[in-house]
Design a protein around this ligand. Structure first.
Ligand code: FES
Length: 204
């Protein structure tokens, strides 16, 4: 048994390293070159009960029981496009709650009234963020007079005009920010920068 890169446990089959998470699902797989660990190159994260590996010139696929099988290309997870609100319905100062990329991820759109990092719209002032605090996942509140997203649990504060940057508090990371666009007058969420609290991947 090996340890590698902060993951829980690793097993080595021939020249392939497999990293397991606690629920036995394979999170990451890494090819070990003959030269050893120093040449390890990380590959894309995968999720599933059965591991399949890219096989290149002698590398083999194995399942989580260590049985060889053919490699299968894994589909890329892609973000959904979600309508949030018509542009005309969100004047400066507006706050719109929505979920993205799924119902378990509360989020908020804000029209700040002044240009913001990552802002869209005619005044580049429309932004959106995950509402789950990056400290321990409490849902944040937007405090308009402070122009901040504030956590009621341990009072971390995030600046929506600066890409959700942590201003003060127990958290150590900025908020995940939504990628937005406007199509036919509708403000939409189309992607996400940063990892939602409590997830290994934003798309489950
Ligand atoms: S959960 Fe938000 S600061 Fe602790």
């Amino acid at each position: 048994m090996l340890t590698f890169d902060g993951f829980d446990t690793c097993r080595r089959f021939h020249n392939v390293l497999i990293v397991y998470c606690t629920d036995e699902y394979v999170l990451d797989m890494t090819i070990i070159k003959e030269a050893g660990m120093m040449d390890v190159k990380r590959r894309n994260f995968l999720k599933g009960g059965v591991a399949s590996l890219a096989v290149a010139s002698g590398l083999v696929g194995v399942d989580n029981q260590g049985v060889a099988e053919a490699a299968t290309p894994q589909p890329e997870n892609t973000y959904p496009t979600v309508d949030i609100a018509p542009l005309v319905s969100i004047p400066p100062g507006t706050e719109v709650a929505f979920d993205y990329p799924d119902e378990a991820s509360p989020s908020v759109l804000l029209r700040l009234g002044k240009p913001a990092e990552g802002g869209i719209g005619p005044d580049k002032d429309i932004v959106a963020f995950s509402l789950l605090c990056t400290h321990k996942g409490c849902p944040l509140n937007y405090v308009a007079d402070r122009k901040s997203l504030v956590c009621p649990c341990h009072w971390s504060s995030f600046d929506p005009s600066k890409g959700g940057r942590l201003v003060i508090g127990q958290a150590s990371q900025s908020l995940p920010q939504m990628q937005l666009d406007i199509q036919d007058g509708m403000v939409r969420a189309v992607g996400l920068d940063g990892l939602i609290y409590g997830r290994h991947t934003n798309i489950l």
